[in-house]
Design a protein around this ligand. Structure first.
Ligand SMILES: *Cc1c(COP(=O)(O)O)cnc(C)c1O
Length: 376
């Protein structure tokens, strides 16, 4: 009898192949920084900010230390005060609501549409009060939320800002416009596994409001309006030059990567439908595309399915197993938030391997393994 073929382990996100393809661009960019030695606020910082602003169409881009820091700085720029409320989704990464609390505000959790896992815009208006200062939708899995509806609600209630948490949706389009240029602020992350990642931590804020952009620039450096003149409270929130250089190197292939991600998402859906796999697909609006920061489906018996896939060398992940109002840090105060859909989808979501460098054959292998795991 022949020995069984060894199982080849697959990467959940294949950053090694990405670097192999971008090696020259990234290395050249890094070397240039090492040569000029301006590690903080070197020329690559402004160069990246200009390139990203142009790409999104926003008038201003302010790079910052992380996606988390981007959220915090925008809330500080809005002058959030104790008691101010910020409406957001509980079905997201902790940073979204965590920064609302750190900035002194109170998160108000509004449930998600269970088909898209993004905030259900039809539930927002009922939760607006005189204290609502901002709405913070998240473009979960790389699909922008219903931003036009959300902006319209904010406009009807004069003075409410909209902050798009676009940590997962940078590069996604919405009605012909780009994520990060859809509302008062767009905040993104360059965490390595995000659609546009660096090789460490990084993030960016986008806005077309010049005064708010200036506030963010000051807050990024300890509220400094000129050298050693601190006019407001800020943070140490700069993105370092080396990480900006990495992102600049990666931009050379980013259009291809986004197109490839969108195509892989469509192919995943086609393959799963063709194989009649009993997994429910995420709903993506006709007026937007999803860049699939995660390729996430809904399944039953999730833990068993994950085990089956793992045994075949296929890693999976759950984004997210517990909505924020159920997290120990928030449960006492927010545990009664009426968010049944978030509770339900948290039990069923399963993310499959996804990155621009995922090969067609590996993708096929994932679908076959998922089919056999779900049909047994
Ligand atoms: C990753 C992520 C963040 C935080 O970004 P960091 O760069 O890791 O700080 C915030 N919100 C969402 C939705 C995220 O996915």
């Amino acid at each position: 009898m022949n020995a069984p073929e060894p199982i080849k382990a697959m990467d959940f996100i294949d950053l090694k192949s990405q670097y192999a393809a971008l090696r020259d661009d990234v290395n050249r960019r890094i070397q240039r920084v090492l040569d000029h030695g301006q590690y903080i606020m070197g020329p690559e910082v402004a160069e990246l900010e200009q390139a990203l602003a142009a790409r999104t169409g926003a008038a201003h881009c302010i790079t910052v230390a992380s996606g988390t820091e981007a959220l915090l700085i925008t809330l500080m720029a809005l002058g959030l005060k104790a008691g101010d409320e910020v409406i957001t989704t509980p079905f997201t990464f902790i940073a979204t609501a965590e920064m609302i609390v750190l900035a002194g505000g109170t998160p108000v959790f509004v449930d998600v549409d269970p088909a898209s896992c993004n905030i259900d815009a039809t539930l927002i208006e009922a939760r607006i009060t005189a204290r609502t200062k901002a709405i913070m939708p998240v473009g979960l899995y790389g699909q922008v939320a219903d931003m036009d509806e959300i902006n319209a609600i904010a406009a009807r209630h004069g003075g409410i800002a909209v902050i798009e948490d676009a940590a997962q949706s940078f590069g996604a389009s919405y009605k012909g416009r780009q994520s990060c240029n859809l509302s008062t602020f767009g905040c993104t992350s360059f965490f390595p596994s995000k659609p546009l990642g660096c090789y460490g931590d990084g993030g960016a804020i986008f806005t077309s409001d010049a005064a708010l952009a200036q506030a963010c620039r000051e807050i990024r450096v300890h509220g400094q309006s000129r050298r050693y003149e601190h006019t407001r409270l800020g943070v140490g929130g700069r993105m370092d030059t080396l990480q900006c250089a990495v992102v600049l190197g990666k931009l050379t292939r980013f259009d291809w990567e986004i197109a490839r991600r969108i195509a892989l998402g469509e192919r995943y859906s086609e393959l799963l439908r063709a194989a009649d796999v009993p997994a429910q697909l995420l709903a993506v609006g006709d007026d937007r595309d999803c860049v699939w920061a995660q390729f996430t489906v809904f399944v039953d018996r999730r833990a068993q399915v994950q085990q089956c896939l793992q045994a075949q060398g296929i890693p999976t992940a759950v984004h997210y197993p517990k909505p924020l109002h159920r997290q120990p840090v928030f449960a006492e105060v927010y545990g009664n938030s009426p968010c049944p859909h978030s509770d339900a989808v948290a039990q069923r979501v399963l993310s499959l391997p996804m990155s621009a460098d995922l090969s067609d054959s590996d993708q096929q292998r994932v679908v076959e393994a998922l089919a056999s795991a779900l049909m047994r």
